[in-house]
Design a protein around this ligand. Structure first.
Ligand SMILES: CC(C)(COP(=O)(O)OP(=O)(O)OC[C@H]1O[C@@H](n2cnc3c(N)ncnc32)[C@H](O)[C@@H]1OP(=O)(O)O)[C@@H](O)C(=O)NCCC(=O)NCCS
Length: 231
């Protein structure tokens, strides 16, 4: 019976802490999500917010080296929200996961303050690294839906990663990165000039041969015409 009381007390304590963490984040999300209607809706229905609150509790257990409890919280949260955050990930203030389903954040990921990510984002490893395997994200970074950021490099503060980009290397601050593999297309809102393509340079010899073929074709046609006129 006592064990049951202790269990009930732990569950109540969990939900109290969870509610406080969620309540702190609600005004920030009101500011950032144009679809947000009222604070109660955010508090009760935003799965991204719930996943982050669960993560903050799981991370405390992770730091206390209570890895099983940490993982239990993160996997239960994943089952409910569809968002998997490894309890080892370090996440700054004001982190907002919009929509959320399919998000995966790896163990050695570090995320700065006031970042936003959308559904199906992966902050993962390539499988080639040991130790620090996952990215470090600066402050005020936005990562669009479906983007994958893979490897132990840094995404600079105030950068934007486009929807569905696959980022495999360092991203400078204040930049926009798009495509697969991702490339920087804007820095400080200015277009980055495309680099000279050193590989697909036209071959001058084949160009000359091509010109000669055209000339021969033209001459052949003229000869055929002259022979036709003679007959
Ligand atoms: C990248 C993004 C943030 C715009 O950033 P920006 O700095 O304003 O960049 P721009 O819109 O000026 O686009 C820069 C270039 O990248 C291209 N681009 C933009 N988004 C792209 C994408 N997802 N994939 C490929 N190219 C993209 C633009 O066409 C433009 O090309 P150009 O230089 O040839 O004109 C935005 O397009 C984006 O992808 N946001 C994600 C939002 C999201 O995930 N929403 C989900 C809501 S449910």
């Amino acid at each position: 019976m006592i064990a049951l009381y202790i269990f009930a007390a732990l569950i109540i304590a969990y939900f109290l802490v969870f509610s406080v963490i969620v309540a702190i984040e609600v005004p920030k999300i009101m500011d950032r999500d144009p679809a947000a209607r009222n604070p109660l809706e955010i508090f009760l229905l935003y799965s991204g917010l719930h996943a982050v609150a669960n993560h903050r509790i799981a991370h405390v257990f992770y730091k206390l080296k209570l890895f099983f409890i940490a993982r239990l919280i993160s996997q239960t949260s994943r089952a409910i929200t569809g968002i998997e955050i490894h309890p080892g990930a370090k996440i700054g203030k004001g982190f907002f996961i919009d929509h959320g389903m399919g998000v995966v954040i790896g163990e050695t990921t570090v995320i700065g303050d006031n970042c936003t990510i959308y559904q199906n984002v992966t902050l993962g490893g390539t499988g080639k690294d040991k130790g620090k395997r996952h990215p470090t994200i600066g402050n005020n970074v936005m990562i669009g839906s479906g983007a994958k950021v893979l490897g132990p490099f840094t995404v600079g503060s105030n950068s934007k990663i486009a929807a569905n980009a696959v980022v495999l290397s360092e991203v400078p601050e204040n930049s926009t990165c798009v495509g697969v593999p991702a490339r920087v297309v804007r820095i400080n809102n200015k277009k980055v000039a495309a680099e000279l393509d050193q590989i697909h340079i036209p071959d001058p010899v084949s160009q000359e041969i091509c010109k000669m073929h055209m000339l021969i074709d033209e001459l052949n046609k003229k000869i055929e015409k002259l022979e036709g006129d003679k007959q």
